[in-house]
Structure formats: structure tokens, C-alpha cells
Design a protein around this ligand. Sequence first.
Ligand SMILES: NC(=O)c1ccc[n+]([C@@H]2O[C@H](COP(=O)([O-])OP(=O)(O)OC[C@H]3O[C@@H](n4cnc5c(N)ncnc54)[C@H](O)[C@@H]3O)[C@@H](O)[C@H]2O)c1
Length: 370
Amino acid sequence: MRTLNVALIGYGFMGRAHSNAYCQVGHFFDPPFQVRRQVVCGRNRAGAEELARVWGWDEVSTNWQEVVTRPDIDLIDIATPNVLHAPVALAAAAAGKMILCEKPLAASLADARAMTAAVGRAGVPNMVWFNYRRVPAIAFARDLIERGALGRLFHYRATYLQEWGNDPTRPINWKLSRAEAGSGANGDLNSHLVDTALWLAGPITEVSALMTTFVPQRGDFHVDIDDATAALARFASGAMGYFEATRFAVGCRNRNGFEIHGEKGMLRFNLEDFNHLEYTDATQDPSLRGPRRLLISGPGHPYVAHYWKPGHAIGYEHTFTSALADFLSALDKGEPVHPNFEDALRVQEVLEAIETSARTRQWLVVKTGE
Ligand SMILES: NC(=O)c1ccc[n+]([C@@H]2O[C@H](COP(=O)([O-])OP(=O)(O)OC[C@H]3O[C@@H](n4cnc5c(N)ncnc54)[C@H](O)[C@@H]3O)[C@@H](O)[C@H]2O)c1
């Protein structure tokens, strides 16, 4: 079996989620590659050493520039604050490495374009960790839509609701800084909603948006990003879209959900109820019609057969393992995996249009592929 030597840049929340995927992928899938946890890199050596100890990485480094050019490294995994995605990815592509990158692809549309062009020029396999595509219920929603179960789509309503912004005692972190994150709720949360929407309902052609910073001053720190973003959108299909991403949805921890209404039915999902998908079949006898709460844990549902028997729930961490398995399988076949940089660039185009619309108070056409 071929071996892939991985360098992970960033040992925070996503550093752990990705480490778990590298550990588990060989247990639940039958990947054509052996993935070796070679080196983890972060700013703080003690932090990197701790992650290496817990998750079994062979080496640690505090210098990503040196790591990305190492001849023994095949794959660079970027799990850093958003502003670093571009420099690391550009250096990794120039060094001919495969790249897995966290979302949003970049802190700006210009960076996202440069990164996508760079992996294209270098011809290196690439993926973006929009992990929610691997939630079995979301992947099953996509199967149902592809099969025509909803028919023509009318409404696509998506919300990503967190509440941590409302905690004044919470320490300042990079997610509150434009210089490090590029944007707030838009890039952090709305990026997930938009990726899922483009995957389930197709391209978005225009947007009109509103952004707010509820708490612009936290102690001495000036918050220069959006605490909340809302947008109206028009899909190429003619469907209407509604997006709301906020860190001030008091009462909601991580409520990432959608409701989709089509001529033949409705689908409803919320990440806080990970293993369920609600489905209304509007072609049924009206007297029997109503939302059915489907338990998406097999049989016949995406990904779950790799884990446990039907009805035995899985969770957040499995989405990363499944994404990695898809990447390795596509790599073996010489095919692109999705979502890749190109797909994530489409997301970034929508995010940028939303930001510009909010600033200029105008409807904006989403410009694709420039
Ligand atoms: N897919 C998801 O569900 C999901 C969830 C959370 C975060 N994310 C994304 O993952 C990325 C990381 O977020 P996080 O929550 O893990 O952040 P975090 O703050 O927990 O970790 C960031 C890591 O980056 C490292 N880092 C920062 N500057 C560095 C440098 N110059 N050189 C090397 N390492 C450096 C830090 O040492 C730290 O280990 C972000 O892009 C974020 O948007 C994705």
C-alpha cells in the first residue's frame, strides 16, 4: 500500500478534528493509502507537542515555511486562522504538495482566486473541509433532490445559529479580527450554509444582504467583523434563498440547518439533531401528509454503513473521516474530489457579493469564474 506523509498546520480545534480523521480512516474505510501522521506545526511548540502526544504525530515544528517544502511530505493540511490559508496553500502548491484546506478557502476573494489558480497550475489534488457535505442526512437530502423527490425548488432557507458572541467574558480570539479572519459570521458560518446550498440547490445568481456588529468594542479590542449576516438570494433555478448566520442567536449552540420546499415535498435538517432528516412527501394523499422524521443511520443512507449497524448513531467527527476517505478514494482513481478549491471559490464569490451588498446597500449579481 502506498504511504502518504501528512503535515498538519495548526493544532487547535480543527487540528484535533483532522487528527482524529487520520487516525480513524483506516479503521472504518479501506483506503488505498496508508496515511502517516508525520509532522504537526503550530506557533507554540508546547501546544504542538501536546497534540502530537495525544494524537500520535511523529514530529513537531513551529515553522510552516520549512515544513511545506520538505521532500518527504506529500500532503499539507491547513487548519490555521483564515488569513494564513493563502500563504500556506500557495507555498504548498509551488512545492507540488497535495493540499487539504479548512473553510472558508481564504480571507478574501482575491486570495481564493490566487489559490485556486495555483493548485490548477501545479496540478495538485486538493480538497476543502466543508465537512457538512458528509453529514449522512445532508448527503441523503442531496440524493433525494437529485432523484427528483422535491421536483422544482421554490424556497431554500438556511440558518447557522451560534450564541457565543453574547458572552462578554469570552476571551478575544482571531475569529473577531478582520486581519486574521477576513470576516466574521459570513466567512465562518455562512460559508458552510452557502457551500451546502450550492451543492443541494445549484448556483446563486444574485444577493441582497445585511450585516451587523452588535458588540463593536470588547474591552480594549475593537471588533471589525460582522457578528451576524443575513442575505436574500436568487438561485439560477428560480428558487428563492434566505441565509442567516449569527453568533448572537441566544439559545442556539450550533444550529446549522435548512428547510427546502419544492413542488413535490419538503426537507428539513438541523445539525443539533444530527441523525435525523424531516421529509414531507407532498404527492401523498393530503389526509396522510406530514413531515416524517427519518432516522438517517441506515440502511440505504450515505456513509453510515462504514461505521456501525443501522440505528447506531454517529456524529460530528465522522464527517471529517468520511471526507478524508472520499479524498483518498478519488486520489486513487485520479479524479477530483468535491468540494475542492474550485467549489470553495464559488462559495467565496457568493460571500464577497454578500459583503459588498451589505456595504453598498444594493442587490448584487454574483460574478463567477473571473
Ligand atoms: N469545518 C469546520 O467545521 C470548522 C470548524 C471550526 C473551524 N474551522 C476552520 O478551521 C480553521 C482553524 O480554526 P480553529 O477553530 O481550529 O482555530 P484554532 O484557533 O483552534 O487553531 C488555530 C491553529 O492555527 C495555528 N497557527 C496560527 N498561526 C500560525 C502560524 N503562523 N504558523 C503555524 N500555525 C499557526 C495555531 O497555533 C492554532 O494551533 C479556520 O479556517 C476555521 O474557519 C472549520
